[in-house]
Design a protein around this ligand. Structure first.
Ligand code: FAD
Length: 495
């Protein structure tokens, strides 16, 4: 779509932030910086970089006046590239990335375009932290709004479980505060299906004391030697003391100093256990893994902030990527057999498969407390991540990921997937994931975004108009009301 130039100039006058047209000098760089996955080639018609909530509201109203398609970019990490659509206006929140800590109330106020690196940097000096992703350049927004798991999940649950308030701009340009006290139903929906209801410009998270030093234990076995370690891990990781975090990873031994040169590139399984503040307890917890004679190991104290960045180098910005997700109840013998035969068939040493152990605090939170789609009884959430440096290799890796996914699928939960781990979500899988919650979310969608303006996401279709509750009046208008474009189909964006 070509946007009217006079109208675009009007937008420039309305907002304090930047408006970039394809012909502008900074456009190509802004587009490259916006999207993690180098395999996404789509080009927006305009990149808008608001610097305030008011800017966001004015930009949304303007986009709707133009009848244009809108995408929202938080950290740009989604595997499907949901933050960019061909010919759409990209609302790039990278200039709304401040993080402010209130150590007294133990709250973090986080801009809608912040990354986890910024959150960790701000919280660590206070000996505080909130669970975020395992790669620090991931966006806080997309991760939190659909769940969010990381090293601290066993102690704190999901990122969304720690959200206490959000400020968002809705489809008609209103600014709304959502919390347990204000718009509680919307707050419920934001914690799991949150990309559907508006643009979150500020998150408020509860912070927790976390020892600044973590203890890392990483143990690696060749695929042919990994069956016994995986059988141990499937029980052992669920009995770890004191909220220790654990992830099983299928990967190629990385070219890191702690890996002997002759082992680098060998495909295998790593079991990683992290503890905080009690090295002896951690040593005891990893002893059974060590007894199984790994090919190599890394057991070391590590600053919490460095732990959060440990995987950054293996996940470089601009890499060609494709991912598929699955939830598993058990690392059964059949699952282990599939993993160990098919994992080594990958061609790219960069491709990997994290399998998050969903333990501890995560399991204590009731299923209906939030809109998180995965039933908390599922024990493992996994992503099959294909990474390649060229298109030919990516084609092979994509086929590898699909083959492994298909072989695992008969053993996986049919009722859910972590939507953030899946590049090819269709409507059926979204509905299956939210299950009994889908109807409640569809009502919320009809109330807050009846025209499905926010549609480039794990999309909830608005409930039929007859079911729509009366509009709210509590929210304060940020700008003049929008004219509504025709209702759009509630489907996923074309890849
Ligand atoms: P974006 O692509 O910017 O946005 C994703 C979705 O959220 C889009 O639909 C977008 O419209 C919407 N959105 C973005 N910002 C806002 C906003 N402010 N308001 C409303 N909607 C918004 N997940 C985990 O849970 N744990 C991990 O450890 C983890 N590691 C990852 C590592 C890598 C290398 C990658 C690529 C992904 C990882 N993920 C992980 C998945 C991650 O949760 C998703 O990719 C998530 O979508 C990233 O959010 P983002 O803001 O960076 O993405």
């Amino acid at each position: 779509m070509t946007l009217d130039d006079i109208a675009t100039t009007l937008l420039e006058q309305r907002i304090a932030g930047e408006v970039l047209r394809p012909a502008d000098a900074g456009f190509a760089q802004a587009r490259a910086e916006a999207v993690f996955n180098g395999d996404i080639r789509r080009q927006p018609a305009l990149i808008v970089r608001p610097t305030s909530t008011e800017d966001v509201a004015r930009a949304i109203v303007w986009v709707r006046e133009q009848g244009a398609d809108l995408t929202v970019r938080g950290g740009g990490h989604s595997g499907s590239g949901a933050c960019v659509a061909e010919g759409a206006v990209m609302l790039d929140l990278s200039r709304l990335a401040d993080v402010r800590i209130d150590p007294g109330t133990r709250r973090a106020h986080v801009g809608g375009g912040a990354t986890w690196a910024a959150v960790d940097a701000a919280t660590a000096p206070h000996g505080l932290a909130v669970v975020g992703g395992t790669v620090s350049h991931t966006g806080v927004a997309g991760l939190t709004l659909s769940g969010g798991m990381g090293w601290l999940t066993a102690r704190q649950g999901l990122s969304s479980d720690n959200l206490v308030e959000a400020t968002l701009v809705t489809a008609d340009g209103r600014v709304v505060t959502a919390s347990e006290q204000s718009e509680p139903e919307l707050f419920w929906g934001l914690r799991g299906a949150g990309a559907n209801f508006g643009v979150v410009t500020e998150f408020v998270f509860a912070l927790h004391e976390v020892d600044p030093m973590a203890d890392l234990g990483l143990f690696f076995w060749r695929a042919e030697d990994a069956a016994e370690p995986l059988r141990l891990a499937r029980e052992h990781l669920f009995g770890l003391p004191d909220g220790m975090g654990a992830v099983v990873v299928g990967l190629s031994a990385p070219p890191e100093p702690f890996v002997p040169e002759e082992h680098r590139g060998i495909p295998g399984i790593a079991v990683v256990v992290v503890g905080w503040g009690d090295p002896e307890l951690h040593a005891a917890a990893v002893a059974p893994l060590r007894e199984l004679g790994p090919l190599f190991e890394l057991v070391t104290p590590i600053p919490h902030v460095a732990l959060q960045q440990m995987l950054d180098a293996g996940n470089p910005w601009g890499i060609l990527a494709y991912d598929k997700g699955l939830n598993l109840d058990d690392l059964s013998d059949e699952v282990i057999e599939v993993l160990l035969t098919r994992l080594p068939r990958k061609r790219s040493p960069l491709s990997y498969m994290p399998i998050f152990a969903l333990t501890g605090r995560y399991r204590e939170i009731p299923d209906d407390a939030t809109a998180w789609g995965t039933p908390r009884s599922a024990r493992w959430a996994t992503a099959i991540v294909a990474f390649a440096e060229d298109e030919g290799t990516l084609a092979a890796e994509r086929a590898w990921a699909r083959d492994l996914w298909q072989a695992l699928e008969p053993h996986a939960r049919r009722d859910s997937v972590y939507v953030n781990f899946e590049a090819e979500l269709d409507d059926a899988r979204v509905r299956a994931t939210y299950g009994a919650k889908y109807g409640r979310l569809a009502d919320l969608k009809a109330e807050w975004d009846p025209d499905n303006v926010f549609r480039h996401n794990a999309n909830i279709a608005p409930a039929a108009a007859v079911d729509v509750p009366a509009p709210r009046t509590a929210a304060r208008p940020a700008t003049r009301p929008a004219t509504r474009p025709a209702t759009r189909p509630a489907t996923q964006p074309a890849p």
